[in-house]
Design a protein around this ligand. Sequence first.
Ligand SMILES: NC(=O)c1ccc[n+]([C@@H]2O[C@H](COP(=O)([O-])OP(=O)(O)OC[C@H]3O[C@@H](n4cnc5c(N)ncnc54)[C@H](OP(=O)(O)O)[C@@H]3O)[C@@H](O)[C@H]2O)c1
Length: 240
Amino acid sequence: MKTAVIIGVGPERGLGGYLCIGAAQRDLHVVVAGRTREKLDAVVAAIERDGGAGTAVVCDTRDESAVVALVAQAEAIAPIDLAIYNAGNNMPGDFLEMEASYFEQCWRVGCFGGFLFARETLKAMVPRAAGCLLFTGASASLRGKPWFSAFAAAKGGLRNMAQSLAREFQPKGIHVGHVVIDGGIYGEKIEQGVPEWYQELGEEGLIGLQGIADAFMYLYQQPRNAWSHELDLRTHVENF
Ligand SMILES: NC(=O)c1ccc[n+]([C@@H]2O[C@H](COP(=O)([O-])OP(=O)(O)OC[C@H]3O[C@@H](n4cnc5c(N)ncnc54)[C@H](OP(=O)(O)O)[C@@H]3O)[C@@H](O)[C@H]2O)c1
């Protein structure tokens, strides 16, 4: 048996939830990590309904000792074969009014937590010369737009770190990937957070959860003589 550890899991109809179900369908025991116990339990219940196995672990990715403990807990179940950093906190902010703490918190979730998670999972994977480490990106990973300066700084930093890790650890047998999600996701976050946008764009104008989860699993299952570092995903109507 092997494990997947996926951090930044929220609602079942969210990207973290779909990634967990996708990993469980690949016969991995999924360590489902995030901030809210009820949401994690609901995702584990969905995995088990589907015949898979999962363990919920409350973990804030900004907390170094919590991330160290999370990875140790996953390794104690079985060797980690797949690790996904999915945490993000996309919030617009007026730059001239922006408080330093706001900018810093955006970076802590969007970038710094990715460093902690990558360092710990790589420490486990490198001695085995096997494993796959994936990061969730956004349009802001590639370009900064008005009102999203803090988010773009965090996501751009995460993407550059992922590139460094790919170049450093792929020769050591670890596949490192980054997925750019170029647009809104057709899931609970947008439905509840920006309902007008959800209605206006609908299923054709927002990126489908199953398609995104399939892309991550495609990266995970690539043979080591044909690895991609980055995939970008958008709907057919996206202007890019
Ligand atoms: N939603 C979109 O339209 C969209 C578009 C492009 C890219 N993305 C990216 O996709 C990823 C998933 O985002 P999503 O909005 O769709 O959410 P999601 O996958 O449904 O859930 C992500 C969860 O991460 C959790 N989280 C936030 N901060 C955390 C922290 N410090 N430690 C641990 N967990 C934390 C949150 O849990 P709680 O709910 O419990 O706070 C949140 O529900 C993010 O990286 C995001 O930037 C999303």
